[in-house]
Write a protein that binds this ligand. Sequence first.
Ligand code: DCP
Ligand code: MG
Length: 375
Amino acid sequence: MKSGSPGFLVKNGRIKKMSRKIIHVDMDAFYAAVEQRDFPEFKGLPVIVGGQPDSRGVVATCSYEARKFGIHSAMPCSRAYQLCPQGVFVKPRFSAYKQASEEIHSVFREFTNMIEPLSLDEAYLDVSHVDLYEGSASLMAKEIRRQIFKTTQLSASAGISYNKFLAKLASDVNKPCGQFLIKPGQAEIFLSSFPIGKFYGVGKVTEKKMQLHGINTGADLKQKSMQELLALFGNSAEYYYDIARGIDDREVVTHRIRKSLGAENTFQKDLDNFDEMVEQLKLLAIETLDSLSRRDLMAYTITIKVKYADFKQVTRSYTSATVISVQNVVFELLPVLLGRTEIKEKKVRLLGVSFSGLIDSSSPVSGEQLSLFGE
Ligand code: DCP
Ligand code: MG
């Protein structure tokens, strides 16, 4: 049996699918909590991690005290300052968050090796085959949270269910510092009153489109037939059909292959000069190429992202049949891609470079591609 798969059980001569037990752990106000732990004078205060109030940066996260003022992740810091001038604005300290994340993972590993990290503060654990606490995933989650707190003095929330989709939704229910279980048979009731925009995989654009068609909750989504969903959403129809019913067969993937790697920068002043933009893109490209090579990765696709002064954003990509993550090739492509945007008409506030279509540079195919490219 493949580890982490639900497996099969032969019962009364019939094959029965065993359901999974998934725990989704998500730290509470992660970066801000680390700041409040390391600087006790910040405890109980609205702490905003990200840029300074007078900068053009955005909020990475904020403490629950700050959330009462309406501040949230990705909000411009200037806006956060308007909402809460007395807030404590601090710069992120990634090494501290990374360290905390490693400690959290060592707690996870006491329970299972079937861990799929989603970010520094979030992971899925497949505990289907773990015998601790007589196999009770709820008790395991409670103990995981207790041990995380003991080791890091940081609080975590957890969602427990029979698949990843539901476990992730569940971890938000009793946040902060709580957990919630969705048992088989409870999903559809749980989802029926759930606002459609909160479903994982329903972004802002899809949310609007669904609302236009009278889909505001999980119950509304479930009312739609597969035919109707196909007409509305094409390839994604099946996904929406399934999530309305709480169906998700994705396994916990322990060795996730990175899909993309990139860097971006918001400028203090909008840029309006082509050469300067190319220079900035080159700097971002060098940084990203460096991260790729440290991870022994190479890429087939390069994408630039341009956010204009009016906040509209576009991406331009180029995919090659050969590996393109080589500095001189990238430097040639950057001005070409940039030339395909509206920078002549609009100023630019943010630039980004990312690589996707990643392969391991030690894999035989990449060696072949590289030599092809060399010719
Ligand atoms: N983060 C970020 N930029 C975002 C969102 C998040 O830099 N737009 C960072 C800061 C967060 C961390 O990732 O601390 C984890 O993100 P979460 O969405 O889990 O948010 P928090 O852990 O901060 O809060 P919550 O208690 O809602 O999970
Ligand atoms: Mg979190």
